[in-house]
Design a protein around this ligand. Structure first.
Ligand SMILES: O=C(O)CCC(=O)C(=O)O
Length: 270
C-alpha cells in the first residue's frame, strides 16, 4: 500500500476534560467519514497545556478513560489513531505520552516525550515541563501496512538526531502531536517541519490544538503536512478544523533517487 489518507484534528482544548474527549470523538468520526486511514490528535488534547493541570488530568495507560475511549474509537471506525498526547501517571511519575492504536483498537506504540520543553524567552514564552514531568528514554516507531511510522512529541522535533534516528530505522513518515506558541510558532513551526522533512527526505505531519486567546498557553495552530521535497502540502490556519490529505509514500523513494543525499551520507566521517 502506498497511498495513505491522513487526518490531523486541530481541536479547541478546554479545561473540561469530558468536553475535550467528546470533541476528539466528534473529530475522529468526521475524519473517518472523510475516508481517513490515519488520524492524529494534538499534544495534551484532554487537558490544558499547563504544568499546574497535568497531575489532576493524568491517567494511567492503558487503564485510564482516555486510552479506553481512543481504543474504542479506533476499532469502531477501523483506523490507525495517534492519540495526540495526554499526561500519563506511572507510579509516582508523570509523562507527556502519546499512544497509538491499530484499527482493532489495540495499542501498538507509546511514546513518552523525550525532550522536555524547558525554555525562557525574554518577553516571550516561559515553560518548564521538567518541574512536573519526567522524560521518556526511547525513540518510537510503529508498523502499519504503509510501512514504519516515527512518532515524536512537539519539542522533540527541535532535536534533529531523533528524526534522523527514526528515519534510519525505516520511518518514511514522522507524526508529531505538538502545541507551539505565539513566540516560537510564527518563525519556527513550519521551518522545523520542512527542515526535518528535507534533511531526511520523509513526510512530516504536525497536529496542533486550535488557538484560544483566553487560555494560559496560546497555541499557534497551523497543523500541517510536509512532503519529502520539503513542500507544505497543506496547512490549517489557527481555527479548529480537520486537515485531510492523501499522501503517496513512493514519493520518498522518488525524492531519494532524484536527489540522492540519503545514500550519499558519509557516516564514516561524521
Ligand atoms: O519548541 C517550541 O517552540 C514549542 C515546544 C512546545 O510547545 C512543546 O514541546 O510542547
Amino acid at each position: 500500500m502506498t497511498t495513505l489518507k491522513i487526518a490531523l484534528c486541530q481541536m479547541l482544548i478546554t479545561a473540561d476534560k469530558q468536553a475535550n474527549l467528546k470533541q476528539a470523538a466528534g473529530k475522529i468520526q468526521e475524519a473517518a467519514s472523510g475516508g481517513a486511514q490515519l488520524v492524529v490528535l494534538p499534544e495534551m488534547f484532554n487537558c490544558p497545556y499547563d504544568i499546574h493541570c497535568f497531575q489532576d488530568y493524568a491517567e494511567e495507560i492503558p487503564s485510564g478513560e482516555t486510552t479506553n475511549l481512543l481504543g474504542k474509537l479506533a476499532r469502531t471506525h477501523g483506523l490507525f489513531l495517534v492519540g495526540g498526547s495526554i499526561p500519563e501517571l506511572s507510579g509516582e511519575l508523570l509523562y507527556n505520552t502519546s499512544v497509538v492504536f491499530n484499527p482493532q483498537g489495540e495499542i501498538i506504540a507509546r511514546h513518552r516525550k523525550v525532550h522536555l520543553f524547558d525554555v525562557r524567552v525574554k518577553n516571550g514564552i516561559e515553560f518548564t515541563e521538567s518541574l512536573v514531568l519526567s522524560p521518556g528514554n526511547t525513540a518510537t516507531l510503529f508498523d502499519t501496512p504503509w510501512g514504519k511510522i516515527g512518532l515524536e512529541i512537539c519539542y522533540d522535533i527541535r532535536f534533529p538526531e531523533l528524526t534522523r534516528k527514526v528515519a534510519k530505522d525505516g520511518a518514511r513518515l514522522v507524526v508529531v502531536p505538538a502545541a507551539f506558541n505565539l513566540t516560537t510558532g510564527p518563525l519556527h513551526w513550519e521551518l522545523l517541519f520542512r527542515s526535518r522533512a528535507l534533511d531526511n527526505q520523509v513526510f512530516m505531519l504536525g497536529a496542533s490544538p486550535a488557538r484560544d486567546p483566553q487560555s494560559s498557553y496560546v497555541a499557534y495552530g497551523h497543523s500541517l503536512v510536509v512532503n519529502p521535497w520539503g513542500q507544505v502540502l497543506s496547512q490549517l490556519d489557527e481555527k479548529p478544523g480537520i486537515l485531510l490529505v492523501e499522501i503517496d509514500l513512493t514519493q520518498v523513494e522518488e525524492v531519494r533517487e532524484a536527489l540522492p543525499v540519503w545514500k550519499q551520507r558519509r557516516e564514516d566521517i561524521y
